[in-house]
Design a protein around this ligand. Structure first.
Ligand code: NAD
Length: 262
């Protein structure tokens, strides 16, 4: 029997630990036969990412702080040398100063605005730019976003603005890279209990509100976001590009939750 990702090779960026969304997607891709490489942010993460990668049969694990252009260049040069071509990249990276993921958006500083945009938005474009010369036909680039890009959610603030720009960049990148067969999409995940997720003030409130008011009356699982990543990375989604695909138990369709019956 053949698996969905047999013969496909790609890069996973953004594993910090076994709760990371990037890790959920990596597992789903591995289970369907994909060959994987990983990047980690810095030495602090190396010890955690290497054994995780190894458990999926990968020893291609490279350092990459996305603010460092040389590191990014080196990652893609190494992949080109090792593999020749690349079939997918999963970008699951975001950062903002915790102090600005609470209180009012109006108080955002210029420095943190720049840093948030650079790491959480521009880095995806930089990845597409570096990968483009050796992306295969039928390749797929995937990033992660959140509903706070479109509508206001508590304390998401500057990250919501960065995610709006990220989603716009998905549409421009899809248009630029479409002619050579590369698809570019985002997964808009519901709130997840990850390192990045817990940096947002009152994350517990948002988590509970989403659980109580989603059509499915629950939050999403890492495995479910992983499987959506598999769909977008594989040829199952061959006709899909420029999309923001919600994996959020349906929360985004609700304007006014129905009164609870009990
Ligand atoms: P996570 O903390 O596990 O992953 C975030 C990753 O970003 C980490 O691996 C971290 O090392 C990396 N990172 C931050 N700054 C970096 C830099 N300068 N260079 C390289 N890497 C850097 O949390 P997560 O929730 O899995 O986040 C992954 C993506 O999913 C993010 O884009 C996040 O905004 C998005 N997302 C998260 C949720 C949620 O509720 N957790 C919901 C929707 C979307």
């Amino acid at each position: 029997t053949t698996a969905l990702m047999d013969g496909k090779r790609g890069l996973i960026m953004g594993v910090a630990n076994n709760h990371s969304i990037a890790w959920g997607i990596a597992q789903a891709l591995h289970n369907q036969g994909a060959e994987l490489a990983f990047t980690y942010q810095g030495d602090a993460f190396k010890k955690r990412v290497e054994p995780l990668a190894e458990s999926l049969g990968s020893n291609l694990v490279l350092p990459c702080d996305v603010e460092d252009g040389d590191a990014l260049e080196n990652v893609f040069a190494t992949l080109k040398e090792q593999w020749g071509s690349l079939d997918f990249v999963v970008h699951a990276i975001a950062y903002s100063d915790k102090e600005e993921l609470k209180g009012r958006y109006v108080d955002t500083t210029r420095d943190n605005f720049r840093k948030t945009m650079s790491i959480s938005c521009y880095s995806f474009t930089a990845v597409a730019q570096k990968a483009a010369p050796f992306l295969s036909e039928n390749s797929s680039l995937i990033t992660l976003t959140y509903l706070g890009s479109e509508r206001v959610t508590p304390n998401y603030n500057v990250m919501g603005v960065a995610k709006a720009a990220l989603e716009a960049s998905v549409r421009y990148l899809a248009t630029d890279l479409g002619p050579t067969g590369t698809r570019v999409n985002a997964i808009s995940a519901g709130p997840m209990r990850t390192l990045a997720g817990s940096a947002i003030a009152d994350a517990k409130y948002t988590y509970g509100f989403t659980r109580d008011n989603s059509p499915l009356e629950r939050n999403v699982l890492l495995e479910e976001v992983g499987n959506a990543g598999l769909y977008l990375a594989s040829d199952l989604s061959a006709g899909v590009t420029g999309e923001v695909h919600f994996v959020d138990a349906g929360f985004n369709v609700i304007a006014i939750p129905s009164p609870k019956k009990d």
